[in-house]
Design a protein around this ligand. Structure first.
Ligand code: BES
Ligand code: MN
Ligand code: ZN
Length: 499
């Protein structure tokens, strides 16, 4: 969709639809009051009939409002005025965009942007508006033979702001939001693709495709033979059970001319996780096509970096493989040697994410990173602990952890920290190798991170477990594009940019 920023008298806007906010107990927003006055009290008259209360997500579409230049007025409920939160705001924007898109209105002027949810800057509100609208309009129907797309979809949204001086920053916010939404869209598309299409080779081709978008990107894809030479015995042990060859995707984004140390993003790219010989139960196993969402979020974040021209160096490293049962697959009890030289007893072949990540983390040392963040759908235990609202965060550096948490809060894509205390390390003891790949009963998300921590001693490192946040289950099954907003925000902060 196209977005413009505009100021001026709302009553004078020539548009197919004016979107106005209304809080609980039928309290009109400032611009809605202006329209009410211009129309000789038309809106208040309407409200007295009781068709809308102003709860977040409610809408009321009206025609022929006198005294204004808009064809329609859409009232969008924003919830309690005193408790007005960013979540309520997003509900209002999503509901409004949904009604117009379905209803055949091609273009609208949105005055919701005048409402500042608690703690939000104008920049944040505008960015939220565009990202929320783009999320609402997202569809994944390329694999349907007859997609049901609206005949007259919404294609232009004008963001109305009260203050003329704010036009430039508002336009900047909209542009940034478009970049983030596009990155999320890429991550969602890749996540939603099924395992028979989105294979490791497919992911690598997508990375190469992304690489062609900008001269600042350089993509390299390592084959199994090349990984063998590097000694990546843990990663390769996972792909041995699959007919699809594993790949290690490496993308370098050079946004800075200097040789400043890069931030390295390592994303789990398990294109289908059946568990291997430690086979998963059948119910909902289809959702394990989402086990590459960490890798997809790295590609989405790099796409956003390119679009925003962020002045920073970033490297994306994506180990990608399938995890399937096979005569040549890992067996419980097998011992493999990682690139670091440490040996691992594979007590459960379904704890494969850490096996591919540990070699990718060791590989990351060569970039002399300023910081490494890995992103992985790593443990079901993280869903038990945090559900879908927060990603799990564990880190070997307090300052880095703080930065990641802040980026989550600022972008509305939140993470919550769990302890990485030494006390948990002994759960990984093995009688036969340097460590086991599972930590037994209790603290599954923490012991998974403890495992990874043994491969991250040489740099500042944070781990995001996105098992709960990367996709939705049930009726609205689909990838969320998280944590692209968090990662982009983190990188913007690293560039010293505010907002
Ligand atoms: N990809 C899964 C984690 C997962 C499971 C994410 C369900 C989202 C929903 C991972 O590879 C896995 O299987 N982890 C095991 C680890 C266990 C064997 C220690 C798990 O969480 O059950
Ligand atoms: Mn698994
Ligand atoms: Zn997995």
């Amino acid at each position: 969709m196209e977005y413009l920023v505009k100021t001026g008298d709302p009553a004078k806007q020539r548009t197919a639809c004016l979107i106005l906010g209304i809080h609980s107990k039928r309290r009109l927003s400032a611009s809605a009051r202006q329209i009410d006055d211009a129309s000789g009290g038309h809106l208040s008259q309407l409200l007295r009939r009781g068709d809308i209360e102003g709860e977040a997500g409610e809408t009321l579409l009206t025609y022929q409002v006198p005294g204004i230049n808009a064809d329609r007025v859409l009232l969008a409920g924003c919830g309690d005025e005193k408790e007005f939160s960013a979540a309520d705001y997003r509900k209002a924007v999503a509901a409004a965009v949904g009604v117009l898109d379905k209803g055949g209105t091609r273009e609208a002027v949105c005055c919701l942007t005048e409402l500042a949810p608690r703690g939000n800057t104008l920049y944040q509100t505008l960015r939220d508006t565009v990202i929320t609208a783009e999320e609402k309009l997202y569809r994944f129907d390329r694999l349907k033979s007859d997609p049901k797309t609206p005949k007259r979809p919404l294609h232009k949204l004008t963001l109305w702001i009260p203050d003329r001086d704010q036009v430039k920053p508002a336009e900047k916010a909209a542009a940034h939001a478009m970049a983030i939404a596009a990155g999320m869209g890429l991550a969602k598309d890749l996540g939603n693709l099924p395992g028979n299409i989105c294979t490791p080779t497919y992911l690598a081709d997508e990375a190469r495709k992304l690489g062609r978008r900008s001269a600042k990107l350089k993509v390299r894809v390592l084959t199994e033979a090349q990984m063998q030479k590097l000694g990546m015995g843990a990663l390769l042990s996972v792909s041995r059970g699959s007919r699809q060859p594993a790949r290690l995707i490496v993308i370098e984004y050079k946004g800075k001319r200097s040789n400043a140390k890069p931030v390295v993003l390592v994303g789990k790219g398990l294109t289908f996780d059946a568990g291997g010989i430690s086979l998963k139960p059948a119910a909902n196993m289809d959702e394990m096509k989402y086990d590459m969402c960490g890798g997809a979020s790295v590609l989405g974040t790099l796409a956003a970096c390119v679009e925003m021209k962020l002045p920073i160096n970033v490297v994306g490293v994506i180990p990608t493989s399938e995890n399937l049962p096979d005569g040549d697959a890992n067996k419980p009890g097998d011992i493999v040697t990682s690139m670091s030289g440490q040996t691992i007893e594979v007590l459960n072949t379904d704890a494969e994410g850490r096996l591919i990540l540990c070699d990718a983390l060791t590989y990351s040392e060569r970039f002399d990173p300023a910081a490494v963040i890995d992103i992985a759908t790593l443990t079901g235990a993280c869903i038990v602990a945090l559900g879908k609202h927060a990603s799990g965060l564990l880190a070997n550096d307090d300052e880095l952890a703080r930065e990641v948490l802040d980026a989550g809060t600022h972008s509305g894509d939140r993470a919550w920290q769990l302890p990485l205390w030494d006390d948990y390390q002994s759960q990984l003891d093995s009688n036969f190798a340097d460590m086991a790949n599972i930590g037994g009963k209790g603290a599954g998300t923490i012991t998974a991170a403890c495992f990874l921590s043994r491969f991250t001693k040489k740099f500042k490192w944070a781990h995001l477990d996105i098992a709960g946040s990367a996709w939705n289950s049930g009726n609205d099954k689909g990838a969320t594009g998280r944590p692209v907003p968090l990662l982009t925000q983190f990188l913007r902060h690293r560039c010293g940019l505010d907002g």
